[in-house]
Write a protein that binds this ligand. Sequence first.
Ligand SMILES: [Zn+2]
Ligand SMILES: [Zn+2]
Length: 297
Amino acid sequence: MTDETEGLSPDDAFTLLANQTRIKIIRALGEVSTPGAPEALAFSELRRRADISGSGRFNYHLGKLVGEFVEETESGYRLNYAGIRVYQAIKAGTFTDRVRREPFELDDDCHVCGASQEAAYLDGTFRVRCADDDCGATFYRYFCPPSSLTDRERAGVLRAANERLQREIASMAKGVCPWCSGRMTSRVLPTDAEMPLRDNPAIEHRVLHACETCDGSVYTRLGGLLVTHPAVVAFYHDHAIDVTRRHIWSLPFAASDERTTVTSEDPWRATVRIDCGDDTLRIRLDDDPSVVETARV
Ligand SMILES: [Zn+2]
Ligand SMILES: [Zn+2]
């Protein structure tokens, strides 16, 4: 049995919001709210703060928002959950800002040729690749909202991008879409499969994650799924390292194919080798991909 859901279709929601007056109302309500407490404003106070002339026009547009993005309470109007999310998106500039950060060199080396890695941000995408154009290896390429980059030093930009990558990949690895929380299915692709998405890094052992609910999809490396696996976290922890704070593009098992070996085709099995100090952790995966065995050697 499934619970019935009702609400606006995305088309209707975007149409409803494609109006300057309505956005002004959402902004005005968002600006008076404090974290954790959406503030309510009386009709006249809301109209004054939203700076909308014409009571009739204001009333009309407010009425369109009520029930969808705004709720009416005894003390006035306030944003509901959907309204708060819209306000957050406006505030963070997710759909409007165009931020760009030219490539800058990282302390980490290219896992292929040993040259430096470089990071850059362009068109909403954070990217880490080899600084040597002849090598051309790309380690990570992922959507990050522009708000993750504004007003931050380079270290902060890298921390924000790393956190997003690790958190969202961990969610995919557990079958939950990081964007809509719907069900996500993952499968290992054959090494010779086409890479239909534009400008993807060349990944030999790749996993396609696809959401049944929002149709979002993304590729990751097989090894990239393991960073937050308990066996890996514990292995690093025993070496006094919090691996979740290491940049995912700096970890050879998570950012390159060379530590991954396909050991059998039927049933499909692969082993990812993780080194730390003098110790090695081997993780066997099936094509689900699920961890089927871990061993320290
Ligand atoms: Zn390189
Ligand atoms: Zn989704």
